[in-house]
Design a protein around this ligand. Structure first.
Ligand code: ATP
Ligand code: MG
Length: 180
């Protein structure tokens, strides 16, 4: 399983439709300060269900929507989509390619899609349980995260290991079952 493509439209500093393709191997995103590199990783976490505006480096929900510039007016909505190669079947869906998408409006409302079909945010979260992908998972290591993992308490460090060895799914299901 690997990330093949990110498509952005109206997300933060990307008003135009922007496609970022990840070929096999290492991809580095380079550019001057403020050119939007971190906005790309924000988009990944946002699609995976990030709700914390602080973690997305904003204040209000609409801060993920292009706010306008001298040349371009602000957008009313934004969307970001991640396309994942699932030819190894790691994700439990019978598709070799899976696109998860999130769209948001200035009202604060968000819509989620899996391969074009509208779904709940929960469905996207569940899709990636134990795959190492997820808004808080170890596939995204931001500045300071290594320090956090080393300095944190035993129980939150354990979450990282639970995810890596594939048992967070069972913990999640147990909690969900206890809710009912
Ligand atoms: P650095 O090298 O300093 O880490 P970077 O390439 O990671 O920089 P980002 O933090 O991704 O840069 O991008 C910041 C830019 O995104 C700023 O210029 C900011 O104005 C712009 N930006 C953020 N949110 C929006 C928005 N809603 N609308 C328009 N522009 C935005
Ligand atoms: Mg940055």
């Amino acid at each position: 399983m690997h990330l093949k493509r990110i498509e952005l439209r109206g997300f933060k500093s990307f008003p135009e439709k922007t496609e970022i393709v990840f070929n096999k191997g290492i991809t580095a995103v380079v550019g001057p300060n403020g050119s939007g590199k971190s906005n790309i990783s924000d988009a990944v976490r946002w699609v995976l269900g990030e709700q914390s505006m602080k973690s997305l480096r904003g204040d209000k929900v609409e801060d993920v929507i292009f706010a306008g510039s001298d040349k371009k007016k602000a957008m009313n909505y934004c969307e970001a989509a991640l396309t994942i190669d699932n030819s190894d079947g790691e994700i439990d869906l019978e598709f070799t390619e899976i696109t998860v998408k999130r769209r948001a409006y200035r009202s604060g409302e968000s819509e989620f899609f899996i391969n074009g079909k509208q779904c709940r945010m929960k469905d996207i979260k569940e899709l990636f349980l134990d795959t190492g992908v997820g808004k808080d998972s170890y596939s995204i290591i931001e500045q300071g995260k290594i320090d956090d993992i080393l300095n944190t308490t035993g129980s939150s460090r354990r979450k990282v290991f639970d995810e890596a060895c594939g048992i967070s799914k069972y913990r999640y299901r147990k909690l969900e079952a206890e809710k009912n």
